[in-house]
Each structure stands twice: as C-alpha cells, then as structure tokens.
Design a protein around this ligand. Structure first.
Ligand SMILES: *Cc1c(COP(=O)(O)O)cnc(C)c1O
Length: 430
C-alpha cells in the first residue's frame, strides 16, 4: 500500500494547507442526509461566498432608502460601482486596470470585441478556433463571419467555412499540440485575421500556451484574443505581459459571482489608448466627464471602459465584489499553488484505480492544465456518472463520454479528492 494513497495522507495535506480556512467562507450545498456534497463543479458554477448576501443587501437597502439618489449617495455609489471591481479583476488576469472592465455577459462581450478586432478584408479574413471550442464561441465566431459576408442565418452554415480554420487534435489524441497550433498559424500567415481560442479548453481542461500563440499570431500580422471562461480565477494569467490583444471571460465559474454573473473584458493598452477603433457604442462608454451633458456625439473613454454600453447591474456586481475580495485576500499565487497540488493528488489517486473503463484526457503536465481533470468513460457509459451522483458527488457529464471534475483551491480539500476517487472506485466495482 502506497502511504500516499490513504485518507490519512489526504488529511495531512489538508492540515498543512495554508488556505484551508477559506472553505468555511463558502456555503457548501448539502445532501438530503445533511452531509456536505463533494462539490467538484466550481468550473461550471462557483459556490456562494457567505459574504455575498450582505453585499447584495447593502444595495437593496440603499435602493430602498435612497431611490435614485443611490447613484451618488449609496454607501458604495452606483455611478462608479464598476470601478470598485476593476483593480481586483485586473490582478486576477494579469492586466493593468486601464485594460480591464467588468460588464455584460461573456458571449455579448465576445461579440463586442470581435466588432473591434475582427476586421476581415479581401485577403486577410480567416479566424482560427478550436474545432471543439465551447458552442457559444463557435456560434459567435461563425455568425461574425456570416455578418461580414452578408449571409443570413439560414445559409450561414454554407459559406462561413471559407473563412474558418478549425484546430483538430492529431489522430488518436484529444488535446492540441502547441507546435501544431503554431504550424497552422504559419500555414495561413497571409490570410488569418484573428486567432480566437479558449485559454483553457472547457472539455479537455487543456491550458494553452497563450504567450507562444500570441507571439506566433503577431508574427504573421494577426490579432489574438482569448476566451478565458475556464482560465480566469483558475490559472496564472499575464495578459498584459503576453501582449494578448483582447480577452473576455465570465465570472460565475471559478470567480463565484453567481448564476449569470457579470463578465470581464481585457483590451490591451495599445488598443485601449486608441480612440479610433471601430466599436459599437453606448452611453456608458462615453467620456465620464461629459456623459451627463447628454450630447449627441459619442466620445469614447480611454481604456477598456470605452467598450461599455449600459449602466451596470449593481446586484450582480455586488455579488462579484464579495468574491473578488476573497480572491484578493487569498492571492492568485497561493491559489494556483494549491490548485496544482490538488490536481496532482487527484490525478495520482485516479491513476491508482486499475480499471480500463476510465482514462484521463487532460494533459498530465501541470503547465498544461488548471485544476480540472476530464475523465473519459469507455463506451460512454453514463450509468457510472449517475451512480456517483447518487453517492453525493456533484461533477458533470459532458457528451459524449466525459466526466469533468474540478477541485478548486478556495473551497475544496484533499479529502474531497480522496472521497471522490474512493466513490468512483467502488462504483467501478474495484
Ligand atoms: C461558460 C462558457 C460560455 C458561456 O457563455 P455565456 O455568455 O456566459 O452564457 C462561453 N464560452 C466558454 C468558453 C465558456 O466556458
């Protein structure tokens, strides 16, 4: 018996974990029998911080007591409310506050950014994406191409392929190799306008080498953007330093802002400075000093804020604020360190389940993944997933044959990893 493959060892890891007290800052859902579930879907919907309610209640009270005056006289005035989030969000993604704004939801932001950063012409018009990108990204990208081609939705499936380059893993592999991504970029050097990838693939959990991809894209004259839905709050990001052109992400996954939470946007300084970039405009992107003069001509604010459209959803922002405060306190460095340790431990325990029905498709190299591990189930036998769900595991099943589990450093423990793998082992009959 390997002494590391024991419950005792898991609890030793927990007791020496400097972040262990953070679990108590979140509401852990319960099973019917009153026990905590084994929550492994922080990659899908993060848990509720115990402080969230108070943050939202503050705004409800201010609205109740102040009405419209809350814009200026609320404890946290609504007028500049989104600014309270900027700096913390910027830290999480490795950006300057000037380059960061919190607004809208993810797919909306992806479209708004493509309006500015996907400018196809006769020769340079292609978009490179992952064939297995999240469907919303696929639809957004394809509909942008169709929009520029002037194709109506009915026929958009017919012509957009010409401008779409999909990255596919090699035969027999499930993840993409950086060298192949770069080779594809070079192959289409003269025709690629935009490279738009997920920073961490939602299905495989693969973390891409965003620095190398950005460099390769820029070398051929393309714009490079990332969807960081599965990367923000999960892995170390250095968007500014990597010279990424733009990025967007949601906040309800690793960032725990609650269902449909307000999303984040990054626009690199060199673009955010420019006032002449094409964009769709709204009054909240208009110069702050003169916004309320209500003039007819749009004057964009400098910085990522210049992409805002509407006055912000305060309750959603209040919820996000509660969570970002915890991130700031715990620190991304410490979170990532624990995350790597937990993923390694989970990987190790899964590796000891000697059953050919399951395999891990997420890259084993810690530099190529975040906390998520994707477990492929042979013959797409969903009954295994249903059985572990009955035992109190909240994981998720992704068609056709994958169980995704994400032990997140803020509220999961090494013992969660132990408990999950033992339930899985038992349900496999081991
Ligand atoms: C979760 C996720 C989405 C969801 O988009 P919404 O606009 O927030 O509904 C889109 N893209 C990726 C890559 C995701 O992981």
């Amino acid at each position: 018996m390997d002494p590391k493959a024991t419950r005792e060892y898991a609890s030793v890891l927990d007791s020496s974990d400097p972040l262990r007290q953070y679990r108590d800052r979140f509401h852990m859902p319960k099973r019917q029998n009153g026990e905590d579930v084994i929550y492994l879907t922080g990659n899908s919907l993060g848990l509720q911080p115990k402080t969230t309610r108070g943050y939202i209640e503050q705004e409800l009270d201010d609205w109740k007591n102040l009405g419209v005056e809350g814009h200026f006289h609320a404890k946290n005035p609504w007028m500049p409310y989104h600014e309270f989030l900027t700096e913390r969000m910027a830290h999480i993604v490795g950006a300057k506050p000037f380059e960061t704004v919190v607004m809208n939801s993810l797919t909306v932001n992806l479209h708004l950014l493509m309006v500015s950063f996907y400018r196809p012409d006769e020769t340079r018009n292609k978009i490179i994406i992952e064939k297995d990108a999240f469907p919303s990204d696929q639809y957004a990208v394809k509909s942008q191409i169709a929009f520029h081609m002037g194709l109506r939705p009915k026929t958009s499936g017919l012509g957009t392929e010409d401008w779409l380059i999909e990255l596919v893993p090699r035969d027999g592999e499930t993840c993409l190799r950086t060298e192949d991504i770069i080779a594809t970029i070079e192959e289409h050097a003269d025709s690629v306008a935009l490279i738009m990838l997920g920073g961490v693939n939602y299905y495989t959990g693969q973390l891409f080498d965003m620095k190398a991809i950005t460099e390769a894209g820029h070398k051929v004259g393309a714009v490079v953007g990332f969807d960081l839905a599965h990367a923000a709050g999960n892995v170390k990001l250095k968007l500014h330093e990597w010279d990424v052109d733009f990025a967007c992400w949601c906040s309800y996954k690793y960032l725990n802002s609650g269902p449909g939470g307000v999303a984040g946007v990054f626009v690199h300084e060199r673009h955010a400075e420019a006032e002449d970039l094409l964009r769709f405009a709204g009054w909240w992107g208009h110069d702050k000093e003169t916004r309320f003069l209500m003039g007819p001509d749009f004057v964009p604010m400098k910085g990522a804020e210049g992409w805002q459209l509407s006055n912000p959803p305060i309750f959603q922002m209040a919820a996000l604020r509660a969570s970002l405060e915890i991130f700031e306190e715990a620190g991304m460095e410490a979170l990532v360190e624990k995350s790597k340790k937990m993923a390694r431990f989970m990987d190790f325990l899964l590796g000891r389940i000697d059953d050919e029905r399951i395999s891990i498709i997420t890259p084993p190299d810690p530099s190529e993944r975040g906390c998520q591990l994707s477990i492929r189930v042979k013959d797409a036998d969903k009954s295994l997933f249903e059985a572990i769900t009955k035992k109190g595991v909240i994981a998720d099943w992704r068609e056709p044959d994958v169980i995704r589990v994400a032990p997140v450093p803020l509220y999961n423990s090494f013992e969660d990893c132990w408990n999950f793998t033992q339930i899985l082992r038992r349900e496999l009959g081991g």
